[in-house]
Design a protein around this ligand. Structure first.
Ligand SMILES: Cc1cc2nc3c(=O)[nH]c(=O)nc-3n(C[C@H](O)[C@H](O)[C@H](O)COP(=O)(O)OP(=O)(O)OC[C@H]3O[C@@H](n4cnc5c(N)ncnc54)[C@H](O)[C@@H]3O)c2cc1C
Length: 598
C-alpha cells in the first residue's frame, strides 16, 4: 500500500525562503496581516486532512468507481467520499481563499495552492469534486450579476454546493466554436437550454445538495463560431427566492464514462432538456467569461500532476531504499545483505531524481503563479496588477502543459522503480500513472496549450511578455554572475535565455511565411520555455540554499536542494538543445508526408 507525507518543509521553503510571500503580499490590503505562522499552521492542518481523510480513499475509490441509477439519473460516488466531503466542508476548507464578503476566509491563493497540491497527492479523483467549484466561484465572482453572486457565491464558498464547467459536446472539444447547445430566451428574463454535453467532471454526484453548472450555449441569433457563445448558470435544483432548493431542473446525467484513470470522479454525459438558466456576463461573450474558470482550471490541472509526482516520488524513494537486487557496480554497499538496495544503481537514482526535480520545479512555478494571481486581484497599484496578470497569462499554458507532461514522465519513472511490482495494483503506482494521463488531455490538450503559448502569448505581442520574464532571468544572472558557487546554475540559464530570443525570432519569422511552422514548432517550443522557467526557479532555489550554507547552516535540507538543482541542470535541462533542433526541423517533414500517411 502506498503512503503519503505532506511535504510541508518543502512548501515552507518555497513560500517563505524563495518567494517571501508574506512580505510580497504586505502591499495588498487584504493580505497585509497574513503571517508565516498562520500559513504554516493552515497547511499543517490541511496536510492532515489530505493524508488522513482523502488519501485512505484513493485506492478504494479507484476500485469501486461511480455508479449511475438510470431511473433517477443520480450518481453515487464511491464509499466514504460523501463523508470525507462533509468533513471538508465542516472544516471550512472550501472557504480558505474565498472572499470574506461571501463567507470566505480571505487567505491568499498561494495557501490554497499548497493545500490543493496535498489534496491532489492524496486523491486526485476526490479532489476534483471540490476543485471545480473554485473555478466556478472565480468565474461568477468576476462576471456574475449581483443577484447571481448573492445567491450562489456563499454556497460555493461554504462548499454546500459544488460547481462544474460544461463546455465539451460530442462533436466539439478543442473547437468550441462548433458547439450547438441552444439557449432560448424566456419572457421572465431566464433561458431554456437544450443540448448535450459530454465528459463533464463531477457533473452529477451525491456529495453536495446542489450543483452549479456553468454551461456554454448559443442564443438563437448568435453569430457562427466562437463569437456566438454565451455562458449560462444552470443549477441542478432550482433555487427559490429565499435561497432554499426548489424542483429538479432539466439537466441530468445520461451516462457515465468508463475510463483509464480517475475512476472515482464522475465523468458525465449531461443532457439539457429545457433546463432553466440565467445568463452570466454579456451575450456572445461567454468564452471570455469562461476563460476565468479555464485559467483557474489550467493551473489546477498543473497542480494535479504536481501532486501525483510528489506522492509517486515519495513511494518510489522508500521502495528503492528497501528493495534489494544485484550489487552496486562500484562494489558492495550493504555487506549485511545478500544484495544491495536498488537505490545504489545510477539509473534508479536518475528516475528518482527526475521525479524529485519535477516536483520541486513544479511547486516553485505554481507557487509563483498563485502569488501573481494574488497580486493581480489585490495589489493596490494598477501597474503591478497589470504586469502580474500578463506574466500569469504567459506562465499558465506552461504550468498546465509542462507540469502535466513532466508528471506523466515522473509517475512512469516511479512505477519503473518498482519493476514488475509497479505494474501490480497493490502498490498503487499504476494508479498514479493512469490518473496522471488525463491531465495532459483535459482543460485544453497540451498541444493546444503550446499553440496558446507560442501563437498568442509570445508571437501575439512580439515577445513582449516573454521579454519581461527574460528580465527576471537577466536580473538573477546579473546578481549571481560573478559568484563561482552559482556558476553551474547561472551559466546554462543565461545561455538558454540568449538562445530563446533568437529561437523565438526564427520561429516567428518562419511563421509569418507559413503558419504551419508555428504548429510544427509549438510543442517543443513550450518545453524549451518550460525549462527556461524551471531553470530560473532552480537557480533561485540554489541561491537560497547556497546562502544558507554560506551562513553556516548544516541542515542537509539545503545540501539536498543544491544536489537536486545540480541534477536538474546536468540531466534534464540539456534536452533544450534537442528540442530546439526538432523545432527547427520545420513543418515540411510533417506536412509533405501524404504518401507516408496515406
Ligand atoms: C476524464 C475527462 C474529464 C473531462 N472533464 C471535462 C469537463 O469537466 N468539462 C468539459 O467541458 N470538458 C471536459 N473534458 C473534455 C476535455 O476538455 C476534451 O476532451 C479536450 O478539450 C479535447 O477535446 P476532444 O476530446 O474533443 O479532442 P479533439 O478536440 O477532437 O482533439 C483531438 C486531437 O486533435 C488535436 N487538435 C485539435 N485541434 C488542434 C489544433 N488546432 N492544432 C493541433 N492539434 C489539434 C488535439 O490536441 C487532440 O490531440 C474532459 C475529458 C475527459 C476525458
Amino acid at each position: 500500500m502506498p503512503t503519503y507525507n505532506p511535504p510541508l518543509r518543502d512548501m515552507q521553503f518555497v513560500l517563505h525562503e524563495v518567494f517571501n510571500v508574506v512580505d510580497e503580499l504586505k502591499a495588498c490590503p487584504k493580505h497585509a496581516e497574513v503571517d508565516a505562522d498562520t500559513i504554516n499552521a493552515v497547511l499543517e492542518e490541511g496536510g492532515k486532512f489530505a493524508a488522513e481523510v482523502a488519501f485512505p480513499l484513493n485506492i478504494s475509490g479507484d476500485e469501486e468507481g461511480c455508479t449511475l441509477d438510470r431511473a433517477t439519473h443520480e450518481v453515487k460516488a464511491p464509499k466514504g467520499f460523501k463523508e470525507a466531503y462533509a468533513q471538508y466542508v465542516q472544516g471550512g476548507w472550501p472557504a480558505l481563499s474565498c472572499d470574506p464578503d461571501y463567507g470566505g476566509q480571505g487567505l491568499p491563493f498561494v495557501v490554497n495552492q499548497c493545500f490543493y497540491e496535498m489534496l491532489n497527492s492524496a486523491n486526485q479523483a476526490w479532489t476534483m469534486y471540490p476543485g471545480l467549484s473554485h473555478g466556478a466561484y472565480e468565474c461568477l465572482h468576476a462576471h456574475g450579476s449581483a443577484e447571481q453572486k448573492a445567491t450562489f457565491l456563499p454556497k460555493l464558498t461554504s462548499g454546500e454546493w459544488t460547481g462544474t464547467m460544461c463546455l465539451t459536446e460530442p462533436h466539439c472539444g478543442t473547437d468550441l466554436g462548433l458547439l450547438r447547445t441552444k439557449a432560448e430566451p424566456q419572457a421572465d428574463g431566464s433561458y431554456r437550454l437544450t443540448g448535450q454535453k459530454i465528459f463533464i467532471s463531477a457533473g452529477e454526484h451525491d456529495l453536495a445538495e446542489n450543483i452549479v453548472h456553468l454551461v456554454l450555449a448559443r442564443l438563437p441569433d448568435a453569430p457562427a463560431g466562437s463569437k456566438g457563445i454565451s455562458l449560462f448558470l444552470v443549477p441542478k435544483f432550482h433555487v427559490k427566492a429565499d435561497g432554499s432548493l426548489g424542483e429538479r431542473n432539466g439537466i441530468y446525467c445520461g451516462g457515465l464514462e468508463h475510463k483509464m484513470g480517475i475512476h472515482a470522479n464522475a465523468t458525465c454525459q449531461m443532457v439539457l432538456d429545457g433546463a432553466v438558466g440565467t445568463l452570466v456576463g454579456q451575450p456572445n461573450k461567454g468564452l471570455q467569461a469562461m476563460f476565468v474558470m479555464m485559467n483557474a482550471a489550467r493551473l489546477g490541472v498543473g497542480n494535479q500532476s504536481l501532486g501525483l509526482t510528489e506522492v509517486a516520488f515519495q513511494n518510489a524513494l522508500s521502495y528503492a531504499k528497501d528493495r534489494i537486487q544485484m550489487r552496486s557496480l562500484s562494489g558492495t554497499k550493504a555487506k549485511d545483505k545478500p544484495a544491495d538496495p536498488i537505490i545504489v544503481h545510477p539509473d534508479v537514482r536518475k528516475m528518482l531524481l527526475t521525479a524529485k526535480a519535477y516536483a520541486e520545479g513544479g511547486r516553485a512555478l505554481l507557487t509563483f503563479c498563485a502569488l501573481l494571481l494574488d497580486k493581480e486581484l489585490n495589489h493596490p497599484e494598477d501597474k503591478v496588477r497589470k504586469d502580474s496578470a500578463e506574466l500569469l497569462a504567459l506562465l499558465t499554458p506552461i504550468a498546465k502543459a509542462f507540469l502535466t507532461d513532466n508528471g506523466f514522465e515522473a509517475t512512469n519513472h516511479c512505477q519503473q522503480v518498482f519493476g514488475g511490482h509497479g505494474y501490480i495494483k497493490e502498490w498503487g503506482m499504476e494508479q498514479f500513472v493512469r490518473d496522471a494521463r488525463i491531465n495532459m488531455i483535459y482543460e485544453g490538450t497540451n498541444t493546444v496549450q503550446s499553440l496558446d503559448l507560442l501563437g498568442r502569448k509570445v508571437l501575439g505581442n512580439q515577445g513582449a511578455t516573454l521579454k519581461k520574464f527574460g528580465k527576471l532571468v537577466a536580473a538573477l544572472v546579473e546578481e549571481e554572475g560573478v559568484n563561482e558557487k552559482m556558476a553551474e546554475f547561472i551559466n546554462p540559464l543565461a545561455g538558454l535565455g540568449e538562445q530563446i530570443t533568437k529561437f523565438t525570432m526564427e520561429v516567428g519569422f518562419k511563421g509569418l511565411q507559413n503558419p504551419d511552422e508555428v504548429g510544427a514548432a509549438a510543442v517543443p517550443y513550450l518545453r524549451v520555455v518550460g525549462h527556461l522557467v524551471f531553470g530560473y526557479f532552480f537557480a533561485r532555489m540554489a541561491q537560497v540554499a547556497t546562502r544558507a550554507i554560506a551562513a553556516g547552516s548544516t541542515d542537509p535540507f539545503y545540501t539536498a536542494k543544491l544536489q537536486t538543482a545540480r541534477f536538474y541542470f546536468a540531466r534534464l535541462f540539456p534536452e533544450t538543445a534537442t528540442l530546439m533542433r526538432q523545432a527547427r526541423a520545420g513543418s515540411r517533414v510533417l506536412m509533405d508526408t501524404d504518401a507516408a500517411l496515406a
